[in-house]
Write a new protein. Structure first.
Length: 239
């Protein structure tokens, strides 16, 4: 598979995720996506996240290491916001509304106060796969890359977790994420679903979902430890 635009991102992923991305069902799609992104960049369009961070969620461990999957939609489309982790923004960037609502639910559920940073890397280091359904976006055009073929790629990644992981929690917030539920074997994994945390939907069932405590209870009952959701954790499952 020869890629131009995506090669810096692919070079950073865990070898087991690279194997998934190089499987037949992803190869043709990624080549087509690469051509589209290369052409857009050559036309001077600003694309997010930075191309080396497109697969950032896949750099922290293998499909077997995942303990929780949090599915987002597509990356933030403002300058400097997207970093390749769903719902996360780099330290120093203003916390977006959906993430502020996630922090509100976290406080209500576990008594954890809002973090000063929107960088969710401490979760990723503990086996939380912060995966978007679509991996790129054009500046100021939410959903603009929704038809490039990224859904085939995110489906393959979810399938890899479903097939290779001993048991994890899928947090499916909103319709985009819930559309992936049929791919998940609930005899080994579990699904917690609710409304999306965006300001337009959070009051329709996201607030009060207790997903963070429920995820930890499910993991602990199966000997997989718990996630420190406080965003102060420095420990990593992956060394």
């Amino acid at each position: 598979m020869t890629l131009d635009y995506l090669s810096p991102a692919l070079a950073r992923v865990h070898p087991d995720w690279e194997t998934v991305l190089r499987r037949h069902e992803c190869t043709r799609v990624l080549v087509d996506i690469d051509k589209a992104l290369s052409a857009a960049a050559q036309d001077g369009k600003a694309l997010y996240p930075p191309r080396e961070q497109i697969f950032h969620a896949l750099t922290f461990g293998s499909p077997r290491d995942v303990r929780v999957v949090i599915l987002g939609q597509d990356p933030y489309h403002g300058e400097g916001e997207a970093m390749g982790l769903s719902f996360s923004v780099p330290d120093g960037v203003r916390v977006p509304p959906s993430l502020r609502n996630i922090y509100k639910e976290l406080a209500a559920d576990l008594g954890i106060g809002p973090a000063n940073s929107g960088d969710l890397t401490p979760w990723a280091r503990q086996g939380v796969l912060l995966l978007n359904s679509v991996f790129s976006v054009e500046a100021d055009r939410a959903g603009s890359h929704g038809k490039l073929g990224w859904q085939t790629v995110s489906d393959a990644l979810i399938d890899a977790v479903n097939e290779e992981n001993p048991g994890c929690v899928f947090l499916l917030w909103g319709n985009w994420a819930q559309g992936k539920a049929e791919r998940i074997d609930t005899s080994r994994h579990t699904i917690f679903s609710s409304a999306h945390p965006s300001p337009l939907a959070a009051h329709r069932g996201f607030f009060g979902n207790h997903h963070f405590s429920q995820a930890n209870a499910w993991l602990a009952a199966r000997g997989r430890g718990t996630v420190d959701w406080s965003l102060t954790a420095t420990a990593s499952l992956f060394g």
